[in-house]
Design a protein around this ligand. Structure first.
Ligand code: COA
Ligand code: MG
Length: 268
């Protein structure tokens, strides 16, 4: 499971090297918006030389440039030369991406960040090789001509992403939180995203990684609750009962299933 997916600007040697000391579940070496046009070649060259040297346990991804950009073809040639790259983050995804999987054999993590992408999210997610989905608030706000703050807080978008991800059995990850210094605000947004059903958060700073890993792991209280529910429910079942109370709250088959899933996710 990807609790934390850290973006790293690929033209920044120091930050690329720093990943060896950061406990993220996924690194996304960015070739898109964190890298200015005149640095894109340098960024690819830097990754070419540094990726083989790095000892990373986490999943290694590259955020490529948009499909219709001039840089896209260069990105694909670069990606196809690198065995260390496991997955491509696809910005501004709007169409069936199966061709990209066929072209590269890399798994795909599309970003929904345009009006068209949001409307056609199922075309995107149904593509071959998609392992997860995330979304971007600033580009989406730009595309919708909306206010970034309004888009960031949208329940509609989150439900749409989560629902689609669960239908197609891929992992949903919530968007980046831009206010890097505001760790309390970040923590709150992680909690909100978790309550919506997201499996993790895209992040931009090492401090955010720690918080996302904590929030998107089952808490001690959740594990204790799950163990009690399983124990009490299984006891009750033997005596022919399907509905009981635990701590004064109803527990039936659905709560039992939730408790089982929670414990399984802790083990995975
Ligand atoms: N990846 C790897 N290392 C990072 C990092 C990242 N995303 N963000 C910060 N660091 C490192 C810094 O290099 C610094 O290392 P040091 O202690 O060895 O000097 C340390 O973590 C602390 O960083 P800090 O000084 O607090 O942040 P900063 O001012 O250097 O950088 C940002 C702040 C926002 C510019 C930076 O976090 C960043 O570039 N994030 C990613 C942005 C991005 O990729 N955007 C595209 C997707 S939205
Ligand atoms: Mg974007």
């Amino acid at each position: 499971m990807f609790r934390s997916q850290l973006y790293v600007p690929s033209n920044n040697e120091k930050m690329i090297r720093k990943t060896e000391t950061i406990n993220a579940d996924m690194f996304i070496f960015d070739l898109e918006d964190a890298v200015p046009d005149n640095e894109k070649n340098k960024a690819r060259e830097l990754l070419n030389s540094l990726l083989p040297q790095l000892n990373l346990k986490a999943t290694v991804c590259i955020r490529i440039n948009p499909l219709y950009s001039k840089e896209f073809a260069h990105d694909i040639l670069f990606v196809n030369k690198n065995d260390k790259i496991e997955c491509l983050v696809v910005p501004k995804a709007e169409i069936d991406l199966s061709f990209l999987y066929k072209l590269t054999s890399k798994e795909l993590l599309p970003l929904i960040e345009t009006a068209k992408g949001l409307l056609r999210i199922e075309d995107v997610v149904r593509s071959e090789g998609v392992l997860g989905i995330s979304w971007g608030a600033a580009d989406l706000a730009d595309s919708l001509r909306a206010d970034v703050k309004a888009v960031e807080g949208s329940e509609y978008i989150r439900l749409k992403i989560i629902t689609t991800a669960r239908v197609y059995g891929i992992t949903p990850t919530d968007k980046v939180y831009f206010d890097v210094k505001n760790l309390e605000g970040f923590r709150k947004e992680c909690e909100m995203a978790k309550s919506f059903g997201f499996d993790g958060k895209q992040v931009i700073h090492p401090e955010q990684v720690k918080i996302a890993n904590e929030i998107f792991s089952p808490s001690k209280e959740e594990i204790e609750w799950a163990k009690r529910v399983i124990e009490e429910y299984e006891k009750a079942k033997v005596s022919g009962k399907g509905a009981i109370t635990v701590d004064g709250k109803l527990v039936d088959a659905v709560h039992y299933r939730i408790a089982k899933r929670l414990l399984e996710s802790e083990l995975s």
